[in-house]
Write a new protein. Structure first.
Length: 183
């Protein structure tokens, strides 16, 4: 159910764009994201930091898109979000010696510190990759191509989440059985 909640704003955005235009799509995306965050809050009784950042960025970049009637703002929002994530995760580890992923998720699962560090580095690389690829498509392709990329490009996060799940699973199972998995 939660995965449906995560994807319905982009699906509604895609549909509104195809039926109308980028501006109607942007307004629908903004409304759907507010609804999405309300549902997440009702289910979890809180919004994670990433949810709050996403909501703020969609509202700010969406408003700029609508008020200035300039589609570039909504097209560059994912690049800003992913670049900020990559930078924040990297700075947290390399400058402040804190693993932000472990701070956010450590209460939900127990993993060895080396696994948390690998996950953090993988998230830095993934976020940088997503920022670069979105920026490239936003800069060099039409709005139509960018919207299609936003929908079909969701294969990247899905593969990333699945791969991360397989990687983490062996350590979570090891915790339950008391055995130690290979590094």
């Amino acid at each position: 159910m939660k995965i449906l909640i995560d994807f319905f704003p982009i699906l509604l955005f895609f549909g509104a764009y195809k039926l109308y235009d980028i501006y109607v799509g942007t307004a629908v995306l903004m409304a759907a994201t507010v609804l999405q965050m309300s549902l997440v809050y009702l289910i979890d009784r809180k919004l994670q930091l990433m949810h709050r950042i996403t909501l703020v960025l969609i509202m700010v970049f969406g408003t700029l898109t609508l008020v200035l009637h300039d589609e570039r703002f909504i097209k560059w929002k994912p690049t800003v979000l992913y670049a900020a994530m990559a930078l924040a995760l990297a700075l947290a580890v390399w400058v402040y010696k804190k693993n932000f992923l472990k701070l956010l998720l450590g209460s939900q699962m127990t993993l060895p510190d080396r696994v948390w560090m690998r996950l953090n580095m993988v998230w830095v690389v993934y976020s940088a990759f997503m920022a670069i690829i979105n920026g490239y498509v936003a800069a060099y392709y039409s709005t139509e191509a960018w919207v299609n990329f936003k929908l079909w490009g969701y294969i990247f996060p899905l593969l990333f989440i699945i791969g991360q799940g397989f990687y983490i699973a062996r350590y979570l199972q090891a915790d339950d059985t008391g055995s130690t998995p290979p590094p």
